[in-house]
Design a protein around this ligand. Structure first.
Ligand SMILES: [Zn+2]
Length: 323
């Protein structure tokens, strides 16, 4: 549709919407959503492929169209002679049934369990599990959001879990449902740092140890200078705040909860409680080897990504959270 025609149609639609009841607007909303499920997957990814315009095997920009396979355009590289399509070497390569990926992405936006998602999409549990982790692979461990303004930070711990592994290493007994362990005991736990600013940018790196240097490595680069850093009393944050010329608000447990009515760590602690309740509750505990995937999913969910954005993130588009 040409821009001029679009503007005149948009005016008509806007006028019509004004005179509708909320229920009628809901019908319109549902019709738009129904149209959305019709997005042809290859049309969604093609612009990303075109913007890179290179062979996924050798990065050469010299390639040509090479017929179609299953309705999907193939290409052949002039340099390495290998063939590929627009999903080769992405986490979505060689996954079948792409016509229901949009529906599956919608299930992810709703944070459905495997069983629920499998039922909605008419796929088996094994496929639902494979898709979940392929959809999250590209964003797992990516923590490149820049935090600024008022930044809240805290760490939390989850029980180390080998859920799903039939043979456990190091003679450990399987821990039931990845439950929370007392924060004071550090054995058998995984530490995660969570930091959020008030524009909802978020990072959630897994720390290899709960030490000052690990906190510093995983947080310092993400903080814009001259921000306000709100943390608990841990010394690690004092150093970082100094280094980044941040005003540091230390909310020492039990003594001060809020400073000047705006400085607190309640948003980050709320997010931590929400994450723990989700993974230990409806997800019934998650294997530690997949923890970074669940953290990526949590970030997507907190940023309220829609199914289209979830698919683009799965393809590997650089995703920044927040506004
Ligand atoms: Zn090549």
């Amino acid at each position: 549709m040409k821009a001029k025609l679009f503007v005149s149609k948009l005016n008509q639609i806007t006028k019509a919407l004004i005179f509708m009841t909320p229920a009628q607007r809901e019908v319109v909303h549902q019709s738009i959503q129904a149209l959305d499920t019709e997005i042809p997957i290859d049309e969604l990814f093609q612009p990303l492929f075109d913007s890179k315009s290179q062979c996924p095997h050798c990065d050469s920009s010299q390639f040509k169209k090479w017929g179609k396979a299953g309705g999907v355009q193939r290409y052949r590289c002039n340099s390495c002679s290998k063939t590929f399509n627009n999903k080769t070497n992405t986490p979505l390569a060689r996954l079948h049934k792409s016509c229901i990926w949009v529906e599956y992405a919608h299930c992810m936006a709703l944070r459905l369990t495997l069983r629920q998602a499998a039922r909605v999409c008419g796929i088996n549990l094994k496929t639902a599990f494979l898709w979940r982790h392929r959809f999250l692979q590209a964003q797992a461990g990516k923590n490149d959001d820049k935090l600024s303004g008022i930044i809240e930070v805290d760490e939390f711990f989850l029980a180390y879990s080998e859920k799903g592994n039939k043979t456990l290493g190091s003679g450990q007994k399987a821990r039931k449902r990845g439950g929370d362990i007392d924060k004071r005991t550090k054995e058998g736990q995984v530490a995660v740092l969570l930091s959020i600013d008030r524009s909802k940018h978020m990072i959630a790196p897994i720390l290899s140890a709960d030490t000052s240097s690990e906190i510093s490595i995983n947080l310092t680069e993400n903080i814009e200078e001259n921000s306000v850093l709100c943390s608990d009393g841990a010394w690690a944050y004092v150093k970082i705040a100094k280094l980044k010329h941040c005003d540091h608000k230390r909310l020492i447990n039990g003594k001060i909860r809020v400073m000047d009515n705006i400085y607190h760590i309640q948003t980050v602690n709320g997010a931590i409680a929400n994450f723990k309740a989700w993974v230990n509750g409806s997800m019934k505990g998650v294997a530690t080897k997949y923890l970074s995937n669940y953290l990526a999913w949590f970030k997507e969910s907190s940023a309220k990504l829609n199914k289209r954005q979830i698919l683009l993130s799965a393809y590997g588009r650089q995703q920044y959270y927040g506004t």
